[in-house]
Design a protein around this ligand. Structure first.
Ligand code: UDP
Ligand code: MG
Length: 317
């Protein structure tokens, strides 16, 4: 019997339909493995019977622990709360809808045991069943973020990941308020083995993401891990200044040589509007960064836990 410990962090938001099947499937796999395991459910302010279900499971099975938030803080906060309260040798994050197949766990553990890697992360091999527009924007996102940021993000990566203690400690050392885990995992480095698996449909319930939410998530990722938009708008500003200066010289010279026929007011208005638009765009981009700084400076907690069955829990962080 190996006495290493393993924690599976499972963020849940309104998942009463999915949680039972998940528990059965994951327990089936974990029972057969030589690890001292804990399934750490994080109830992210669900409004349905998710918490009641977790409590029931915790009563039946001592491997089940739960942390319940005082409201919905988002999946990133749920994962962070899980990391803060997982003290095991190995830690994994999994979705409750079985889109992250528990059958992969034994192989992932084997890879970590081999000692060559610090983490094993899952990556979708295909995007079957996804609308082409979504795949297109998703590809664009990965191209942009990998070109312009320090974080190395693998296209098609999910949050499904198994990590050694050192890597979890590194994740915890990044205590920023605006969390973008895909970027954080890439930024901290470590040796990661990418496991490709077939895309799975959700077991039950509905995805919490729509196109606009994903778009917002992608923009957050870019702003959190790259200063490229700021450099881009500064570049635009410089370019427009140089061009307008050259145009000004041209107009002055023309005035001196040919007099001043009153023409071209329409084009003048166009230029004024164009520049006004660019200025607003630049202000908007700067505003995005300032709003992130505002949230960071306030130093509010990432999560507040109002109910749990685990011992020595960090309840507010
Ligand atoms: N989730 C969460 N808080 C939220 C939204 C989602 O904890 O505010 C959880 C959800 O219960 C699930 C996981 O995050 O376990 C992934 O959510 P979902 O399946 O909706 O995302 P998708 O797989 O479509 O990316
Ligand atoms: Mg899902």
């Amino acid at each position: 019997m190996c006495n290493k410990s393993l924690t599976i962090i499972v963020p849940c938001f309104n998942e009463e339909e999915a949680i039972g099947v998940f528990y059965q499937e994951v327990t089936k796999v974990l029972c057969g493995l030589p690890y001292d395991y804990t399934i750490l459910f994080v109830n992210d302010g669900s409004k349905d019977g998710t918490l009641a279900f977790m409590k029931q499971l915790a009563q039946q099975d001592e491997h089940v622990k739960y942390l319940s938030f005082s409201r919905n803080f988002g999946k990133e906060a749920a994962m962070y709360a899980g990391f803060c309260n997982a003290h095991s040798d190995y830690t994994a994050v999994m979705d409750v809808d079985l889109q992250d197949p528990p059958e992969c766990l034994p192989e992932m553990l084997k890879v970590l045991e081999s000692g060559e890697y610090d983490s094993v992360a899952a990556r979708r091999g295909d995007r079957k069943g996804e609308p082409p527009v979504r795949s297109f924007f998703s590809d664009m996102f990965y191209k942009i973020i990998n070109r312009f940021s320090d974080a190395d993000i693998m296209p098609g990566a999910r949050d499904f990941r198994l990590m050694k203690r050192d890597m979890v400690d590194a994740v915890l050392s990044m205590c920023e308020y605006n969390r973008f885990s895909k970027g954080i995992f890439g930024w901290i480095g470590f040796r990661t083995y990418w496991m490709i698996y077939e895309n799975h449909e959700r077991s039950a319930g509905k995805s919490k993401w729509n196109f606009w939410k994903l778009m917002k998530y992608a923009l957050e990722g870019i702003i959190n891990f790259s200063q490229a938009p700021l450099s881009f708008v500064s570049g635009c500003g410089l370019f427009i200044t140089v061009v307008s200066f050259v145009m000004l010289i041209f107009i002055i010279v023309r005035r001196l040589l040919f007099g001043d026929p009153v023409a071209g007011w329409a084009s003048t208005v166009c230029v004024v509007i164009f520049i006004g638009g660019i200025q607003l765009l630049c202000l908007g981009v700067i505003g995005q960064y300032i709003s992130k700084m505002y949230l960071e400076i306030k130093n509010r907690p990432h999560f507040i836990i109002s109910d749990t069955n685990a011992k020595d829990v960090i309840k507010i962080k």
